[in-house]
Write a new protein. Structure first.
Length: 151
């Protein structure tokens, strides 16, 4: 009741990293009996996975343990934010990042609802920097491959 949000200016997708030879082609394919999916215990996408997964088991190893498990085949998939998984895939031969997503987090700015002039100003500013390509260029400069600018 007290906070208003601008439209989102960045989207971050969560998805899976799998082995190249994995039968998992889409996110939905990972939810199968006997499949272990490595994830962060407190991430927002883990909350979605806890709700959505019916057959696969969530496990919570360190990143290094998850990558080792993925390589050995004891872990079917590693869940994460796309830009992080792309970085892991780049240094882990034989892996790939799925094209679809578990969920999408949209980043926005929160302002006091009582200050509608500030909300209008910031919303207009964000619209300008999105349209000008500034946000897309900032994403590129920071190396957040896979982050996108919503329309």
């Amino acid at each position: 009741a007290a906070i208003a949000f601008t439209p989102p200016y960045v989207q971050l997708d969560a998805t899976y990293l799998v082995r190249n030879d994995s039968p998992i082609q889409r996110v939905a394919d990972a939810d199968r009996e006997g499949a272990k999916i490595a994830t962060g215990r407190t991430s927002a996408y883990t909350l979605v996975m806890r709700r959505e997964l019916k057959r696969a088991e969530l496990v919570f190893p360190s990143e290094d343990e998850a990558v080792t498990g993925l390589q050995s085949g004891t872990i079917a998939a590693l869940a994460g934010v796309r830009f992080g998984l792309l970085a892991i895939a780049a240094k882990t031969p034989g892996t790939r990042v799925l094209a679809d997503n578990i969920t999408r987090a949209q980043q926005a700015i929160a302002l006091p609802k009582a200050n509608s002039a500030a909300l209008d100003y910031v919303t207009s500013f964000l619209d300008d920097v999105k349209k000008s390509g500034f946000v897309a260029e900032a994403i590129k400069r920071t190396g957040l491959a896979g982050a996108t600018v919503p329309r």
